[in-house]
Design a protein around this ligand. Sequence first.
Ligand code: R5P
Length: 314
Amino acid sequence: MAGAMKILAGNSNRPLTEAIAAYLGVPLTKCQVRRFADMEIFVEIQENVRGQDAFIVQSTSAPTNDHLMEALIMTDALRRASARRITAVIPYFGYARQDRKPGPRTPISAKLVANLITRAGADRVLTVDLHAGQIQGFFDIPTDNLYGAPVLVRDIQDKLDLTNVMVVSPDVGGVVRARALAKRINAPLAIVDKRRERAGESEVMNIIGDVHGKNCILVDDIVDSGGTLCNAADALLQAGAKDVRAYITHGVLSGGAVARISSSRLKELVITDTILPTEAVRVASNIRVITIAPLIGEAIARTAKEESVSSLFD
Ligand code: R5P
C-alpha cells in the first residue's frame, strides 16, 4: 500500500504494531529487543534499513521507563544503521501529565522525555491524544498529534441510540476535548465541576447542564485509577442521569482500577488499544477495547507518502 518503509515493534504493544503493519500491508521489520542477564536492554535490527523510512511503534506505558528506554535504544540503532528518517510512533505518550511545574523545585518531565526522544535521533513524532496539545511544542521536530475521536465516534454511532445522549466532560480541564466529540455526534454537553471549597474538606461535584433522564457519555483522554470516572458517574446518576458510559482514549488502568470500574455504576467503559490491555481488562464485563490501528496505520501511510495527516480529521 505505502512506499518503502520499515515498521519496528518495541515490547510495549506488539499486537497493535502487528495490526498497524497488517493495515499497511508490510511485514514487521525483523528486530530483537531483549534483555541481558543484568536487565540492560539490547537491540539488534536484523535487516538492512539503510536509506529507509523507519517507524518505531512504542507506547511509553507501564513499565514506562523500560518502554521509553527501549524506544531510545531502538532509535539509536536505526540512526547508526543509516535509516533515512526515523519516526517515533508513540500511541500513548507517558509522562504527559507532568507538563508543567506544579510547585517550586519540581521537574517538567514531559519536556525531558521529548528532549530524550529528539536527542536519540528521532526525526518525527506521531502520537495520539496528547494529554495537552501544547506538548507538541516540547518537540523541536515535526509532531503529529492524532485525535482518537473519529474512532470513538464510529463506535458510539454504531452501538448507541443517539436521540437522548449527553456528552459529559468529567472535569473542567477536559471540556475542549468533550465539546469536540459532542459536536461530531451533534449532542449537548455537560460538565462535572469538582470543587474543594476549603482545604481539608471533601470535594463537591457540581453538574453544569441538565442530565436528568439522559444517556450520558463521559469523554476523557486517560483513565488511570478510575477515580475521576467513577466519581463523575456517581454524581451524574445522583443528578438523575438514566445511565452512564465512558469513552476514553488511553486505558492506563493502574493499581486497582479495573476492580474499581467493574464494581462501579458505569454501564460500560470503552477504551482504545493505544496501551496493551491486560488480562484483567480483557475479561472485565463492563470494559471493551476498540482498535486504533487503522487510524495510526493511515497516518503512517500518509507520512511516508508526504501527504496531509490533518485531513484525516476533516
Ligand atoms: C486528568 O487531567 C486526565 O484527563 C484524567 O482525567 C485523569 O488522568 C484520570 O485519572 P484517574 O483515572 O486516576 O482519576
